[in-house]
Write a protein that binds this ligand. Structure first.
Ligand code: PLP
Length: 448
């Protein structure tokens, strides 16, 4: 085993490194965790402690850390091609990803644009939807509809369609204006009482009224609606009914507005089906994929769209319809190799079938563990994702005050006990890998 100097690592880190989503002053009183290894569902610290990675390293890991077949795919790729630009060149590794992914997508989604991460996949989708209408000569359709509590990434376009004020409020002067429709936040829905559970409860979809009204009044200005299907992630793991998506598809078609599904977090089995939108029996016009695309190994993203959208860009060069967008590492062959290996695992080993029992057990255990707890206002779950929302008063749903830093304190406590939880305010959540076993589910919930 390699040996490290922990003191020196922390010293240099604190002196020079600026971490994401981190108030660096917090590190005056505590150190960041130093992780040196991982295996399966666990991370290993420099002190030799093992921790359950119950958030799948920011929602990426699917088949577990260091899966032998994914490791092998990278090793094999390193004998052949590390990188080449993707403009004017192609390679079999990108083609294999597309070939394999096509099998899991509706045939209407047939054009694949590679990029680097979730935010860029969203930027690409927004620009495609916008430029489609410009290329078609419809210059009025320039605006987007998004949801309150939405999170689509941290680049400025993605932030412009975001709805988490805590993250985005400050940047407002830099953003383009989008229409914000109500969030499908079932627990705080005035029409409903009690737990959200898996959000398949009877529902009149009142929360769609606001969105429908916006489209009714402004559809001539609107090019697309963007949503995270089946659950709003960073906005608080807000699970909502599949029927919402079905109706949303109907409304967007009625008003001739594109529907973009951001499956960056929900894609690749996390909600129990390969893609969350499948549960509604519909298809979007554009889908954004990243995170789990490479099984959680390397940064790569895809924006997949329809032939109709693609064709609006297909013209003689001088017509000015080219999509001027690209990133240096577009379709990097090593990323493609591991993505193809992950998709091959889905086809050959069917992890969603294999661990069906484990995820159902996870749901049941969430209910058994938390239903009677005094401060658990809501329990929500779907596939490998579960969350509890903590409230001061279960009856009134009054939240705790921010000063308590309740989520943060729970995070620190659970670390001591061997589980990595990274709460969203007062929402504690689990984003489990697809390889999870019943025993691991039990252990994670016992010590969370
Ligand atoms: N879209 C969704 C739904 C996400 O959850 C995230 C990240 O959490 C993103 C986009 C942005 O992805 P990235 O962090 O890779 O830019």
């Amino acid at each position: 085993m390699k040996s490290w100097n922990k003191k020196k690592i922390l010293e240099i880190d604190k002196k020079h490194i600026w971490h994401p989503y981190t108030q660096m002053k917090d590190y005056e009183n505590r150190d960041p965790l130093v992780i040196v290894a991982a295996n399966g569902c666990k991370l290993k610290t420099i002190d030799g402690d093992e921790l359950y990675d119950s958030i799948s390293s920011w929602w990426t890991t699917l088949h577990g850390h260091l899966h032998p077949k994914l490791n092998q795919a990278i090793m094999e790729q390193l004998k052949l091609l590390d990188h080449v630009n993707f403009s004017g060149y192609t390679h079999p590794y990108a083609v294999e990803v597309v070939e394999r992914l096509k099998n899991f997508l509706p045939h209407t989604l047939s054009r694949f644009f590679f990029s680097d991460n979730g935010s860029t996949a969203v930027e690409v989708a927004l620009k495609m939807a916008f430029q489609f209408w410009q290329n078609r000569g419809v210059n009025s359709k320039t605006r987007f509809v998004c949801l309150e509590n939405a999170y689509h990434g941290d680049t400025l376009g993605a932030v412009s369609v975001g709805g988490v004020d805590l993250f985005f409020e400050l940047y407002k002067p830099l953003l383009f204006k989008s229409f914000k429709a109500p969030s499908p936040y079932c627990y705080r829905c005035e029409e409903k009482e009690g737990f959200t559970l898996d959000a398949n409860h009877e529902c009149n979809l009142r929360c769609l009224d606001g969105l429908e009204k916006i489209l009714n009044e402004h559809h001539e200005e609107i090019c697309a609606v963007i949503v995270e299907p089946r659950l709003q992630g960073a906005g608080g793991i807000l699970v909502y009914p599949a029927a919402y998506l079905k109706k949303l598809r109907e409304i967007t078609e009625q008003f001739k507005v594109f529907l973009i599904f951001d499956e960056v977090a929900t894609g690749f089995g996390r909600t129990g089906t390969m893609f969350a939108f499948e549960q509604a029996g519909i298809a979007p016009d554009i889908i954004c994929l990243a995170k789990g695309l490479t099984g959680g190994y390397l940064p790569m993203a895809l924006t997949v769209t329809t032939e109709e959208i693609y064709q609006a860009f297909y013209a003689d060069y001088l017509e000015g319809k080219t999509f001027y967008h690209g990133h240096t590492y577009t379709a990097n062959p090593i990323c493609c190799a591991v993505a193809a290996a992950s998709l091959k695992l889905f086809a050959e080993e069917e992890p969603l079938v294999k661990t069906k029992e484990a995820r159902e057990y996870f749901h049941q255990l969430l209910l058994d563990t938390f239903s009677d707890k005094p401060y658990v206002g809501d329990i929500r779950y779907i596939g490998y994702v579960g969350a509890i929302e903590l409230v001061r008063d279960k009856k009134t749903k009054e939240p705790f005050s921010e000063e308590l830093r309740l989520g943060f304190n729970i995070y620190m406590k659970s670390l001591e006990k061997g589980v990595v939880l990274r709460p969203l305010g007062d929402v504690i959540y689990w984003f489990l890998p697809l390889c999870i076993s019943k025993t691991e589910v039990e252990e994670i919930l016992k010590i969370s």
